[in-house]
Design a binder for this molecule. Structure first.
Ligand code: F6R
Length: 652
């Protein structure tokens, strides 16, 4: 069983090492929250290993139900490590995977058969013939029979001892999409549009993403003797809350797990962030009222009641589980004014510090008046999308601004866009008789390979080069637009990103070294980095890890004593209002200017390769998010701005 020793410390201030207990009043599924996916995955892998060994001791096979997707990857990696380093054997393991796209060739890049072999089967001693993945090549008229046999085979093996699950953003388990019945069995399903959108990145666009999949049913999953569901990242937070605290409903198929007698959800802090015990812990238990908790509770109270902070009354505090806080202060007025002032002090039009001003209550130092600022942008457009207003202000206010573009962003360029550019160069060279054999070869190869590319193939090195060049040109164009010299745009092309597919390599030593070198070269007073936690496996998180590791290694250097690190959020979400430490307002004109800056990224407009589940264009997401932040400040009783960009300081 999972030990609780590595579970996250309580959000409500219990002592270190003590696990977060389920809030029985709200949570209907046992849920363990870990600080991160790695610690959580270790615990799950340990449970699986214990089960395999127990069955070995009994001389029995261990029947595992397995899942694909990004969530179980860290569990499989840990199982492979245990096999290599601790002699964990899989010879008694028989496995059945939940699902497979349909139709799907097993050797296709996106097949779940291939995924399982690459992540687990090829690295352990499981016997061939003992692992099963639904067959995506079965003839349409044979699918129903295949599904019956799949279920029968599981039953003949004695049923599943353990079922591992991920969860879709819409609550699907396996590919049991919303609407699936609790008594459903293995069958062919139509995929939900949101599922296809989420998978479209793997397939090079929505149009190429399969519409169907074979999946084990809800009843098949519920028949397992033990079920463990994994969820990482804040994108999963709302659906986890629904499954754990909501009513059982076919609209959120994971909620069916409330009816299972031996289920556990293992999730990270970000995926837990919408659970009542994390979001409003004072409604669940007594809490330690430190400043962060007070700010969180007061802003929450103000926004929930629709009353500005300065209008909250004693009664509001008493009626909403905060009477102990009120008792600590004596009267609501004192709490209100304290929090109002703190919020007020986060707002500044001078993100690089205001020269000749008292900076006691300002987010940034006044001195040095002219700062060197280094903006890290994971993709070539994150700088302008997520902090374009602040970028512009830093330049306008005379700071020396550099941008470190961390990855080439090449996989997000559509093939036809790349052909257009490759043809342009080839035609140009032909017309002028330019005979640079290397240049002509690269672009000719790229154009030819794109014309013949099959959906399942990844980009060649030449194609990646052309696509990277397109994005580099767009980033330079934004830099010119904002007003920094092109020499201040540094293209780092971090190697972890250069796989040619959505799946990236883990952060490597070379990645960290590249980031360190740029920091040492610029010696910045300010570093801005994307603190995007929505997707723990995503590019933004790896890029952030690289910056943090580089800063940790450099922090003993003299110049780092003057360096402050500010984190902006990615295109997905904004910091919670109580976390924001610097809020940079924008006028309507500044919002419009930022929009034009985003427009420089033409390859990312008008239907992008990795649209995901959000159909808005990037400039729309950015504007709506920045307006929403301004709206929150206003609802809390502060001045009304058109839009606000928000930052949190990382004190290394
Ligand atoms: C995969 C599967 C799906 C995924 C779910 C979450 O075999 O059945 O239900 O578990 O879509 O995917 P990730 O983990 O990629 O977020």
């Amino acid at each position: 069983m999972i030990t609780e020793s590595t579970l996250l410390d309580s959000p409500n201030g219990r002592s270190s090492g003590e696990p977060v207990q389920s809030a029985i009043t709200y949570e209907k599924i046992p849920t363990h929250i870990y600080a991160d996916a790695k610690a959580a995955s270790r615990a799950v892998a340990q449970e699986i290993a214990d089960l395999i060994r127990q069955k070995q001791g009994e001389g029995k096979p261990c029947i595992l139900g397995l899942a694909t997707g990004s969530s179980p990857k860290t569990v499989y990696a840990e199982l492979v490590r245990m096999h290599r380093e601790e002699g964990l054997s899989f010879r008694n393991v028989v496995s059945y995977n939940l699902d497979e796209y349909y139709p799907m060739e097993p050797d296709s890049l996106q097949s779940y058969w291939r995924f399982m072999k690459e992540q687990l089967f090829d690295h352990v001693d499981i016997q061939e013939g003992n692992y099963h993945v639904p067959d995506g090549t079965v003839r349409p008229d044979k699918v129903a029979e295949f599904c019956r046999q799949y279920e029968a085979a599981i039953e003949a093996d004695g049923g599943l001892d353990f079922q591992l699950l991920g969860i879709g953003g819409n609550g699907h388990i396996g590919f049991n999409e919303p609407g699936s019945l609790s008594n459903s069995h293995t069958r062919l399903m139509m995929l939900d549009n949101s599922t296809r959108a989420a998978a479209s990145g793997d397939f090079g666009g929505l149009a190429k993403t399969p519409r169907k999949a074979i999946t084990m049913g809800v009843a098949s999953i519920l028949s397992a003797r033990r079920v463990v569901l994994l969820a990482w990242g804040e994108r999963k937070a709302p659906v986890i809350r629904g499954a754990v605290e909501g009513t059982v409903s076919e609209l959120n198929p994971a909620s069916y797990l409330q009816t299972h007698p031996n289920v556990l959800f293992v999730i990270d802090e970000a995926a837990a962030s919408e659970l009542t015990r994390m979001k409003t812990p004072w409604l669940v238990d007594s809490v330690v009222w430190d400043n962060k908790m007070i700010k969180k509770a007061v802003t929450h109270l103000s926004l929930t009641l629709g009353k500005p902070v300065l209008k909250l009354t004693d009664r509001d505090y008493n009626d909403n589980g905060m009477s102990d806080l009120l008792a600590q202060y004596g009267q609501s007025y004192d709490i209100n004014i304290d929090i109002f002032n703190q919020l007020q002090h986060t707002i500044t039009g001078w993100p690089g510090g205001k020269p000749n001003a008292d900076d006691t209550n300002r987010p940034e130092r006044a001195l040095p008046a002219q700062k060197r600022c280094l903006l890290f942008s994971p993709h070539p457009d994150d700088d302008i999308i997520s902090m374009g207003g602040t970028f512009q202000r830093l330049v306008d206010q005379g700071h020396e601004v550099h941008v470190g573009y961390q990855t080439s962003g090449n996989i997000a360029v559509a093939d036809d866009e790349a052909i257009r550019f490759a043809d342009y160069v080839v035609d140009f060279n032909n017309q002028f008789g330019i005979k640079s054999p290397e240049a002509t070869r690269i672009f000719q190869d790229a154009a030819a390979s794109l014309r013949n590319k099959k959906d399942s193939e990844m980009d060649t090195a030449e194609v990646r080069y052309v696509k990277g060049l397109i994005r580099m040109g767009e980033a330079k164009s934004t830099c010119r637009f904002v007003g920094i010299p092109v020499e201040n745009a540094h293209f780092l092309n971090m190697p972890f990103y250069e796989t040619g597919t959505v799946a990236k390599k883990p952060l490597g030593e070379e990645d960290v070294r590249i980031v360190m070198e740029l920091i040492e070269q610029i010696k910045p007073h300010q570093i801005y980095a994307a603190g995007d936690l929505a997707d723990p496996h995503g590019t933004h998180k790896v890029c952030l890890d690289a910056v943090m590791e580089a800063v940790r290694r450099l922090k003993h250097k003299n110049f780092m004593k003057d360096c402050w690190v500010w984190l902006y959020r990615g295109a997905w979400a904004e910091w919670d209002i109580h976390e924001i430490e610097m809020a940079v307002p924008m006028s309507p004109d500044q919002v419009m200017r930022k929009r034009l800056g985003i427009f420089k990224h033409q390859s990312q407009k008008d239907g992008v390769v990795y649209q995901g589940t959000d159909s808005r264009e990037f400039w729309q997401r950015a504007e709506e998010r920045n307006r929403a932040t301004a709206g929150l400040y206003n609802r809390l009783g502060l001045a009304e701005y058109e839009a606000i960009e928000a930052f949190v300081r990382w004190k290394f």
